[in-house]
Design a protein around this ligand. Sequence first.
Ligand code: SF4
Ligand code: SF4
Length: 338
Amino acid sequence: MEQKYFKLFANCIPVKGASRSIICDLQRRDYQLIPNSLFDLLMSFPLFTITELIDAYGENERETLIEYVSFLEEHEFGGWLNDHSAFQPLDLTWFKPSEITNSIIDWNKDSDFEFEPIFNELNDLNCQYLQLRFFDHFKKVRLEELLTSLDRSSILSIEIFFHDSLEFTTNDFQRLLRRFPRITRLIVHSAKENRYFNDPEHFLDLIALNYTTQKITDEAHCGEVHSGYFSCNIDHFTEAKQFNTCLNKKISIDKKGQICNCPSMTQKFGKIGDATLNATLINEEFTTKWSTNKDQIETCKDCEFRYICSDCRAYTEGNLPLSKPAKCNYDPYKGEWN
Ligand code: SF4
Ligand code: SF4
């Protein structure tokens, strides 16, 4: 063993924070916390033998070094190689050919816009992810019409926040999930109790119906940062290194029908019908927010989770454009969630 070289696999990428680090396994979509001393070791010795490490750190550190290497082996973050020349670093370029990848459309009982023309525009822009947020009761027959109109669209994934309604039973919602496989998440808010249903008949095990007592009556619920929302995968990781993980290639329609980066932002770009989504994309004021990445954001730039974390530019500390998301309770300098 001591004659072979240890090397991290290309998909296992260490990220350093102020008080600790992580290794992101972008293939297995998982991460592990590591001390900063192990991060520094991996940066100083991208390729090492045990003998080299002991020579560099001293015999007194043998036990710690063996412990570190055992940890890396146990989590299969790397392997022992005779010939490492064939192992190239991962290409971390992020590219999506779509002009828009994701969109939010908000609706309440005072909304006076039609959904279908917006869907058509999103389809022309090759948008793939759509979030529909209904803050008030919405008719069953109309919801089915809307979802049917997306059947042949570019939209691959639809996340729905739906106001609980006597018109819908749990069976109705489950039938909806089976009939419209593009729905990847259905959250029924303002419910009487918190309930969670896995649907054994759905072709995807992961799809679930989630009832919550939380009242989602406007856009202010958005922007929470939580470890449960982390995405440790190559798409998110590479996008986060270059772009904003919430706003990049996003276009939204607020409940008043106004075009915006996100419904919680005060800057609007005209009303749908008067302005088009396509024309809005030419406006640099609209697209400039796409490139605010975590390495530019105060506090986040020192956080080990910065490339797997979501971001929020609407609710920020002190309402400043480059401050940390206000709804994040993590302190990377202490390594603690408050
Ligand atoms: S910027 Fe914040 S409030 Fe707006 S969509 Fe993103 S997370 Fe939500
Ligand atoms: S400090 Fe920033 S990067 Fe770290 S968890 Fe909070 S929002 Fe995410």
